[in-house]
Design a protein around this ligand. Sequence first.
Ligand code: ZN
Length: 108
Amino acid sequence: MPLPSLPCCSACGALLRPEVVWFGEALPQAALERAAAAVAAADLLLVLGTSAVVYPVAGLPDLLCPGAPLVEINPDPTPLTPRAALAVRAPAGAFLSPLLDALPASSA
Ligand SMILES: [Zn+2]
């Protein structure tokens, strides 16, 4: 199928892309370090919409303090399920929408 011309950066000519990490790309190290610090300091960890098998992010729950609950929201069981204090079998969006709606506007 022919594709339309894709938008390019006006400064360097490279293809524009969203600010996401594609499968197979390395994560920005600083972001991974911030995530690790946040998990280590967390009182509760929500793990949403992931198979929990792609490292290094799949290893982040290992940094959660003992006693801090892990809540998994995913349609299917994952390797984290046995460690979850609560496992919700639902798509992340279906679970989060009513939760976010219930939060005070200043917290959302
Ligand atoms: Zn550029």
